[in-house]
Design a protein around this ligand. Structure first.
Ligand SMILES: [Zn+2]
Length: 413
């Protein structure tokens, strides 16, 4: 067996990505007359899904409990949509459950359907290559990346947990190499997970306080250059509940941030200053909200409890009842829901309150770890300013663990 080094493991873990597994079981009508023909047509459809790159691995299993498996190169919602059209569902010949492993793009099973039971996996690169050569273009739901945080549990598994940790370590290493503040801090004091200077564990594992970095944004820009200003509404689109098309998201904020930039397609966003609502009672922004509500369009107001109350007072009572409200909480004042999103002035939106009654982290974009000074947050996808291991809310003690119901990371403060 080939020896795999730590470096090779890190490199592989860093590219692991989530797929969705579907396990097909015989349904109540599996033995009914004519079902074999339906199953045959399902096979034809699976081969077409395989040909356009959506179904990476498919094959029969053929024991009494499990008829087959499919591994989709799609997220959970996209996979559900594909399975809803499966000809075997309506007549009850099959039932299915899905779960999400992590896997390495390019992973292959030996052989193919004619030689064995598996079909080779196509990595995204291979799929793109085949598209360039005229294969049918795969349709993707443009908003699939906006799956609500707490509902994305089925994509989480040991492989994705490893991806989360590896992505974090990759950000740490690249920040140590290119970002002045972290270079200075970790070279002098050291840090943990990963340890960058042998024998030096740093203070609080190398975490930095949000107060300290607030005045040093220029030192958080990588050497190659980039933004020195934080986007206070970063990540809002990823923590919102599902919104209808044409929804309007109204962010209540007194500091005049830029409007939210990452809302799902079809959703508009604007910012209102709650301190100026009364005097601006006839402003165009308030008029737009009122007119939208009167036409029955969905409007979601996002802000602190106090600011939400102020907006409700400002609107005519008959319009205010139609307003959806989403309270924003900071880490040091997390409540027990039943709704809400977690925000930090520097890092933006970090997670949301799940229907399970727990605060879920937006784990695709945000990493959290426990340190002696409190929970430290890292933005996994933001190049600049680079925000790594930031102690938000002045350092709030807490734990990170898997949600017993969703298995994705939740905050226990
Ligand atoms: Zn949960």
């Amino acid at each position: 067996m080939e020896t795999i080094t730590d470096e090779q493991m890190h490199a592989l873990l860093a590219v692991a990505k989530p797929y969705t597994i579907v396990i097909l079981r015989p349904g109540p009508n599996r033995q009914a007359d004519g079902v074999d023909a339906t199953i045959w047509e399902r096979g034809r459809r699976n081969m077409a899904l395989r040909a356009d790159g959506r179904l990476a691995i498919v094959g029969p299993v053929g024991d009494a409990d499990v008829s087959g498996i499919g591994i989709f190169d799609l997220d959970l919602e996209e996979t559900r949509a594909v399975m809803r059209d499966d000809p075997g569902y309506g007549p009850g010949c099959s039932s299915a459950s899905s779960t999400g492993p992590g896997a390495f793009p390019g992973t292959r099973c030996p052989g193919d359907l004619t030689a064995g039971r598996c079909i080779p996996v196509h990595s995204r690169g291979e799929v793109a290559e085949r598209r360039r050569h005229g294969a049918r273009r795969t349709r993707r739901n443009p908003c699939s990346r906006h799956t609500p945080v707490a509902d994305s549990h089925l994509m989480w598994g040991p492989g994705v947990a490893a991806w989360w940790h590896a992505a974090y370590r990759r950000v740490v290493r690249s920040s140590f190499a290119t970002v002045p503040l972290y270079r200075e801090r970790w070279a002098l004091d050291g840090r943990t997970d990963p340890v960058l200077v042998a024998g030096r564990a740093g203070f609080d594992g190398g975490a930095v306080s949000s107060v300290e970095i607030a005045g040093r944004m220029a030192d958080l820009v990588p050497i190659g250059g980039g933004e020195a200003e934080v986007d206070r509404l970063r990540g809002l689109g990823f923590v919102l509940p599902p919104l209808g098309d044409e929804a309007l998201v109204v962010v209540l904020d007194t500091t005049g941030p830029r409007p939210p930039a990452d809302l799902p397609r079809g959703v508009r966003g604007c910012v209102l200053d709650p301190d100026r609502l009364r005097s601006d009672g006839v402003s165009s922004a308030v008029a737009a909200v009122t007119s939208r509500l009167r036409r029955g369009g969905p409007v979601l107001a996002v802000g602190s409890d106090k600011h939400l109350a102020r907006l409700v007072e400002t609107l005519p009572a008959e319009d205010a009842v139609a307003l959806d409200r989403l309270p924003v909480g900071e880490l040091d004042q997390l409540d027990a829901g039943p709704f809400g999103v977690l925000h930090d002035q520097t890092l933006g939106f970090l997670g949301s309150f799940g229907e399970c009654g727990r605060w879920h982290v937006d784990w695709r974009r945000v990493h959290v770890r426990e340190t002696a000074a409190g929970l430290a947050f890292t933005l996994l996808r933001q190049r600049s300013p680079r925000l790594v291991d930031v102690l938000v809310g002045g350092g709030v003690r807490g734990r990170v663990g898997p949600c017993p119901r969703h298995a994705t990371p939740v905050l226990l403060t």
